[in-house]
Ligand binder design. Structure first.
Ligand SMILES: [Ca+2]
Ligand SMILES: [Ca+2]
Ligand SMILES: [Ca+2]
Ligand SMILES: [Ca+2]
Length: 326
């Protein structure tokens, strides 16, 4: 059973490598037209062997005019956070690369403790072998330091993604984290907040009991035009540990300390690995003022009938969550 679970993260590496290769090949484009997406600059991590970059965020961490680019990833069980700036043609390090966390997979930023000076914290999530890690970081005095007391170890958990949003009346911005439980073989979704000295767990759930599930991404957005704001997760769900996966996109509400799944949609297909939805976002690409959930994924990546996946979904004011297009 562990074998099937361990296969999934490797595909993320494959996708990362494929993406880097695709970006590199784009650098041969020499003509500049408004309709061509061109590689403007590239910088590769060089630490260890086969390093991966798993996630990034862009935020104003310190004054100075240029926003910072925060990327996380690592090699094996050596996680890494890099903070860089961009000149328009090259990247440069704001702080020297550090290796402070085990297998960092997700990153987000915000003034999480609502301090009056508005200092932006970085929140990183990831996992060691079977322990999830949530940590806060601040950039000050030319160094990236973990906020004292902020490292939270969550047993039997691997975290894959994080986002932030103020979900309730207290001033703290909530940290929404998703991943899975290695022993339960169930996706995990949690809402936590940091008051400057300690973490509070506001909600924590595993889903869907009876299946083998993994959540890889989380996003936020107002989908149906009425409170509360929606939380969206994406990943995969297997009927049994040896079955091909169905892609899964789920919508959640947080209220009064409880996470409630409003609805979800499954993407079936493939005969080997099946379908996994690796990332999710909320936006309004057709500009009809009704936000869509956009999810991307893969199907049967090791076989000849491999296919990519791009789907859109909408949530009606009546609470129906349905596919709009694929
Ligand atoms: Ca702060
Ligand atoms: Ca709050
Ligand atoms: Ca809503
Ligand atoms: Ca729309």
């Amino acid at each position: 059973m562990r074998t099937s679970a361990n296969l999934w993260p490797r595909t993320a590496v494959l996708i990362t490598v494929t993406l880097v290769m695709a970006l590199s090949s784009a650098s041969s484009n020499v003509s500049a037209t408004p309709d061509v997406l061109e590689l403007e600059a590239e910088r590769r991590w060089t630490s260890g062997t086969n390093p991966t970059i798993e996630d990034l965020a862009i935020a104003e961490l310190v004054g100075g005019g240029l926003p910072e680019i925060v990327s996380v990833g690592g090699t094996g069980t050596s996680g890494e956070i890099r903070v860089q700036r961009y000149t328009g043609s090259t990247f440069f390090d704001v702080v020297s690369p550090v290796y402070p966390v085990e297998t960092a997979k997700g990153v987000a930023t915000g003034n999480l403790d609502a301090d009056p000076l508005g200092v932006t914290e970085i929140v990183s999530v990831g996992c060691g072998s079977t322990t999830g890690d949530i940590s806060l970081w601040v950039l000050s005095g030319g160094a990236l330091n973990r906020v004292p007391g902020s490292q939270l170890s969550v047993p039997d958990t691997c975290f894959h993604d994080v986002t932030v949003s103020n979900l309730d009346a207290d001033a703290s911005i909530e940290v929404i984290v998703t991943g899975y439980s290695p022993s339960l073989h169930l996706s995990r979704l949690e809402v936590r907040s940091w008051n400057g000295a300690a973490w509070t767990t506001k909600a924590s759930t595993t889903f869907d009991v009876g299946y083998d599930t993994v959540a890889y991404a989380v996003a936020m957005g107002e989908l149906d035009g009425q409170p509360p704001i929606e939380i969206v997760t994406s990943g995969g769900r297997k009927p049994t540990p040896s079955s091909p996966s169905d892609g899964q996109v789920a919508v959640w509400h947080y209220s009064g300390g409880i996470l409630t799944k409003v609805g979800d949609r499954l993407v079936t297909g493939g005969t080997q690995q099946g379908v996994t939805m690796w990332d999710v976002a909320v936006g309004d690409p057709d500009n009809d003022l009704a936000p869509e959930v956009l999810a991307v994924g893969s199907q049967d990546w090791l076989t000849t009938n491999a296919a990519s996946q791009l789907h859109t979904y909408v949530l009606t004011p009546g609470g129906a969550f349905n596919q709009e297009s694929q």
